[in-house]
Design a protein around this ligand. Structure first.
Ligand code: FES
Ligand SMILES: [Fe+2]
Length: 387
């Protein structure tokens, strides 16, 4: 049984909100200290606990289609190399040579083996050290002990999850998540960009529709509603639904025959830093990678939607992505930069998140819980108490 509403229940709830001019409401207001966006110590704790000890989506499975397909990038500040091995499983390693630490790969591609660019030590797709030029210069070197340093990997719901450090902070709710990305969904493009803002400010922009009319008056608002969203919470994660106005016509369709494709956008937030957005013609997997306290890298994987073919779609998707990037997303980026600049103004000790912003509140509450859990676990450990 899924922890999320099925599409028909989603449609029904949206139609009720349209009829009554209502929206989903959270239970309480949240006040987030502004210092939490400005503190280096806080960010170090977030990265350490939420990014490195939680199973974090690293890339879509579609980015690793064949044996030898790899993706190398920083995740939570750690250089990582993920690769599909010959047995079909995905492996992930710390991306550093076991000789003197050079990174073995950058970006994405397909490789038969990883050859270090510095002195040529060679690792197979399973991470095993299988070649050392002039090996007689390393008497006693045990190659079995000098494979790439492995990380914990799980491939689920069409995504590759990597966990770097123990103890792992698991989220059981993910076990009940339906398949987010189906095997037939293909990777169309991957792009990277950076924004001068804290990663949490960037994330918050995806998780509420309260800003649609003000921020996107000429771009998204003509197709969407003013402040009409569904918010579902599961574990540390959430799904926010953004209906288009054209969904109102479903009121004339019998409930059992209602289909929502093309009538709404689903935004899944997978804790801590990944969004899966299911749009009319394509699906994006967006990874927010903190680069500094006030700088975030966005890695966006664009995939075909369920049941659609790549060739027909490439042009439509490119056109959609271009439109969103030049219009609505540009408006979001302007606001996000403005919030970042305003952090130092001294105007706010806290930011107040209201009843329409409950997915953001859930995120802050989950992040606090992860940080607090670890804090109490380490205190207990120092007192010799088992948790
Ligand atoms: S650092 Fe990789 S072979 Fe020397
Ligand atoms: Fe927006």
């Amino acid at each position: 049984m899924s922890i999320l509403m099925d599409d028909r229940s989603v449609a029904q709830r949206i139609l009720e909100h349209i009829e009554h001019d209502t929206t989903d409401l959270g239970q309480s207001v949240w006040r987030e200290p502004v210092d939490n966006y400005r503190s280096k110590e806080r960010m170090a704790a977030e990265v350490e606990l939420a990014f490195r000890r939680s199973p974090t989506p690293y890339c879509p499975s579609a980015a690793l289609p064949d044996a030898g397909s790899y993706v190398a990038r920083d995740a939570g500040g750690t250089p990582i190399l993920a690769v599909r091995a010959h047995d079909g499983t995905v492996r992930a390693f710390r991306n550093a040579c076991r000789h003197r630490g050079t990174q073995l790969a950058d970006g994405s591609g397909c490789a038969k083996a990883f050859v270090c660019p510095y002195h040529g030590w060679t690792y197979n797709l399973a991470g095993r050290l299988c070649g050392v030029p002039h090996e007689y210069g390393f008497p006693g070197l045990d190659k079995e002990l000098h494979g790439l340093a492995p990380l914990s990997v799980e491939e689920r719901f069409g995504l590759v999850f990597v966990t770097q450090d123990e103890p792992f902070l698991r989220d059981e709710s993910l076990d009940q998540l339906p398949e987010l990305i189906a095997p037939e969904q293909q990777l169309l493009a991957m792009r990277e960009s950076e924004i001068e803002a804290n990663w949490k400010i960037m994330l918050e922009g995806f998780l509420e529709g309260y800003h649609i009319r003000s921020t996107h008056r000429e771009t998204f608002y003509p197709y969407g509603f003013d402040n009409l969203n569904l918010v579902e919470i599961f574990g540390r994660n959430s799904r926010v639904t953004y209906p288009f106005r054209r969904i109102a016509k479903l009121a004339e369709t019998p409930p059992d025959a209602r289909r929502v494709e093309g009538l709404l956008t689903y935004v899944y937030h997978l804790f801590p830093n990944v969004l899966v957005t299911v749009l009319s013609h394509h699906t994006n997997v967006i990874v927010l990678e903190p680069v500094a306290l006030d700088r975030t890298k966005l890695i966006t994987y664009t995939l075909t939607n369920r049941g659609s073919s790549t060739l027909e779609l490439r042009e439509t998707v490119e056109r959609d992505a271009e439109f969103v990037d030049q219009t609505g997303a540009a408006e979001d980026r302007a606001v996000i930069r403005a919030i970042q600049r305003g952090l130092g103004s001294g105007a706010n000790d806290v930011f107040t998140f209201g009843l329409f912003e409950s997915a953001i509140i859930h995120f802050h509450r989950s992040l606090d819980a992860v940080l607090e859990y670890s804090h109490s676990a380490s205190e207990a450990a120092s007192k010799g108490v088992r948790t």
